[in-house]
Design a protein around this ligand. Structure first.
Ligand SMILES: C[S@@+](CC[C@H](N)C(=O)[O-])C[C@H]1O[C@@H](n2cnc3c(N)ncnc32)[C@H](O)[C@@H]1O
Length: 214
């Protein structure tokens, strides 16, 4: 399936062929997304989904926050690492995605642990009375710095923040960047200079920036 990618499609295919298969539910969710959504390429999919699942299983978070639910693929992958009483909050601005995402959460074993919030993350984040161990930012690119600023003082030391699409299809390397690329480049530089975190930018798919709060 077509997707943003910072490596060649051959390399990506090879990586997928040597990566644990998604569950039946995730395959169904991805198929449904490609059949019914206008912009299906936004779905995390096999490789990124398995990376999120693996990182979550390594971290074993009790509280996860996701910004940008879309149809629910990444939320279900992240939920796999939750502790038995752990909770995942996911925020989606588009009301029309509510029933699709919720129906997949209900079909998963995490239906009582995943809480879907519909609205603007900038307004919803301050209402969540939680201290998160793992945050996945995957929503409006121009607001990445705002999400980061809202969250950084409210995550515990040792917590992780993952941000998707930070290479913006390689456009952050272009001399004449578009608006989103410029915003993402500024965001990458801001994080890199921030003394509250250590960071690694992985050139996986469209680029994932992993930060650890010091
Ligand atoms: C790239 S998609 C998320 C993909 C999903 N995380 C996955 O991997 O399957 C981005 C989503 O963020 C949502 N979004 C954009 N701006 C938002 C905001 N300010 N607050 C909450 N959701 C937002 C969009 O409607 C879209 O569904």
């Amino acid at each position: 399936m077509d997707e943003f990618n910072s490596v060649s499609s051959e390399m990506s295919d090879y990586a997928e062929q040597h990566t644990t298969e998604p569950t039946k539910l995730l395959k169904k969710l991805e198929r449904d997304t490609y059949l019914k959504q206008i912009n299906p390429r936004m779905v995390a999919g096999h490789l990124q989904g398995q990376l999120l699942r693996t990182l979550s299983l390594m971290i074993r978070p009790s509280r996860i926050l996701e910004i940008g639910t879309f149809t629910g693929y990444s939320a279900i992958c992240l939920a796999e690492g939750l502790t038995p009483c752990g909770q995942l909050h996911t925020i989606e601005i588009d009301e029309e995605l509510r029933s699709t995402a919720q129906s997949f959460f209900d079909q998963s074993q995490y239906k009582d642990q995943i809480h879907l919030h519909i609205g603007n993350a900038i307004e919803i984040i301050p209402t969540l009375d939680e201290s998160f161990d793992l945050v996945f930012i995957d929503a409006k690119k121009q607001l990445y710095a705002d999400y980061f600023d809202l969250l950084i003082d409210n995550v515990k030391s040792g917590s992780y923040i993952l941000t998707d699409n930070v290479l913006w299809n390689g456009k952050v390397l272009e001399e004449k960047m578009d608006k989103d690329a410029k915003n993402l480049d500024l965001f990458n530089k801001k994080v890199h200079q921030d003394k509250r975190v250590e960071n690694i930018l992985l050139p996986v798919r469209d680029g994932i920036l992993i930060m650890r709060k010091l």
